[in-house]
Design a protein around this ligand. Structure first.
Ligand SMILES: [Zn+2]
Length: 56
């Protein structure tokens, strides 16, 4: 899954959003919201990692 982040402005707040459905907290600073997006893209959370086979 690709992570395409974008910035959405809400009044005086900025919210980072991602194509995966993730959204960051509302920030007063655009730089902060952008940092949230970068952190998200770097950590790349996987919602459902495939289970490891456990037949020993
Ligand atoms: Zn994402």
């Amino acid at each position: 899954m690709s992570h395409q982040t974008s910035l959405t402005e809400r009044g005086s707040f900025a919210v980072a959003r991602c194509s995966c459905g993730w959204a960051g907290p509302a920030r007063r600073s655009r730089d902060r919201a952008r940092a949230d997006a970068e952190t998200h893209a770097l950590t790349l959370p996987s919602p459902s990692p495939p289970p490891d086979p456990v037949d020993a």
